[in-house]
Design a protein around this ligand. Sequence first.
Ligand code: FES
Ligand code: FES
Length: 163
Amino acid sequence: METSKAIKLKVNGKQLELLAAPNSTLLEILRNNGHVEVKCGCEKGDCGACAVILDGEAVDSCLTLAWIADGSEVQTVKGIGTEATPHPLQTAFIEEGSVQCGYCIPGIIVAAKVLLDENPDPTDSDIRVALSGNLCRCTGYTRIFSAIHKAAQVMREGAQKNG
Ligand code: FES
Ligand code: FES
């Protein structure tokens, strides 16, 4: 039987070496190593609370084996922006009042960041598709959509200014 091995992950720009059993998920090893901003919800791919960016793609970390992620780059909601230098999405979610209990928000910000990186001017329908794996039980999504549109606009204006 295979035993645990050390895997290498770059998490929010920091190189880490973490011990993972063959059946450990990326969610488990991130949370066990202090990344509790990655939320544990259903653990079966239904809710999206555990979403992280793995080599540029939004994935459910509860469905990703840690060994598969060996050598990869991971970004969590904490790596997207800080309190001092928030990402436009994080600012817009606060300004639009898009957060209620907040449990779904780390995964939703992650999914929205990947969307805006690929599509700077998404329609409601584009947002619906991008968030199709993320459940929010509190907000009814309306203010989440308005925050994503607002962040997209701020980012487009920033890109225009920077030429
Ligand atoms: S905890 Fe991963 S999708 Fe719900
Ligand atoms: S804000 Fe509570 S689940 Fe989304």
